[in-house]
Design a protein around this ligand. Structure first.
Ligand code: ZN
Length: 170
């Protein structure tokens, strides 16, 4: 299971749409719980250093800087994300070939182009999936994915105490 903070997921989806028709990429920071659940709390965008279309390459400096800033934890780099413009949200053969980092989660956003009258098509994210890399087996395994506030009630939408009192008095 992978749990992603809603804000981090929004950031990844927006980056994928903004980068269209190119690929976006970045790193995911969070922690692994004792039960194996991987929690992502933050997304860190990287410039895509890939030299070819349909390739991505995360800036190695981002990785080094993040790892240094995070120190001994408990938060660490738990995964990476990238987008598939006009492709499915599934790891490609190229991904598997280039894959590194056992136990890293790969978050993949499938993006399609929405026609825009008189302009270039606009990227629209269709699906986000998570996969974990098993280098021993040389394969990806899909992980169930949900946002951190999946079942949270919108309690914050209620007025603050002060406001409510004021309203009562009127
Ligand atoms: Zn890919």
């Amino acid at each position: 299971m992978m749990i992603v903070a809603r804000e981090a997921l929004r950031q990844v989806v927006e980056a994928a749409e903004a980068a269209y028709p190119a690929e976006c990429c970045g790193l995911l920071v969070g922690r692994t719980h004792p039960n194996g659940t991987i929690e992502v709390t933050r997304a860190h965008p990287s410039p895509n250093l890939g030299k070819q279309p349909n390739r991505f390459e995360i800036d190695p400096r981002l990785w080094v800087d993040l790892s240094r800033a995070l120190g001994r934890g408990p938060m660490k780099v738990v995964g990476l994300y990238h987008s598939h413009p006009d492709g499915p949200a599934q790891p490609s053969a190229i991904d598997l070939e280039a894959a590194w980092g056992e136990e890293l989660v790969w978050l993949i956003v499938g993006v399609s182009g929405t026609p825009v009258e008189g302009g270039e098509p606009r990227g629209q994210a269709l699906q986000v999936t998570a996969h974990i890399l098993d280098l021993g087996g040389r394969q990806f395994r899909e992980l169930p994915l949900r946002t951190a506030d999946w079942h949270a009630a919108p309690v914050r939408a209620l007025p603050e105490d002060g406001e409510r009192k004021k309203d009562d008095g009127e």
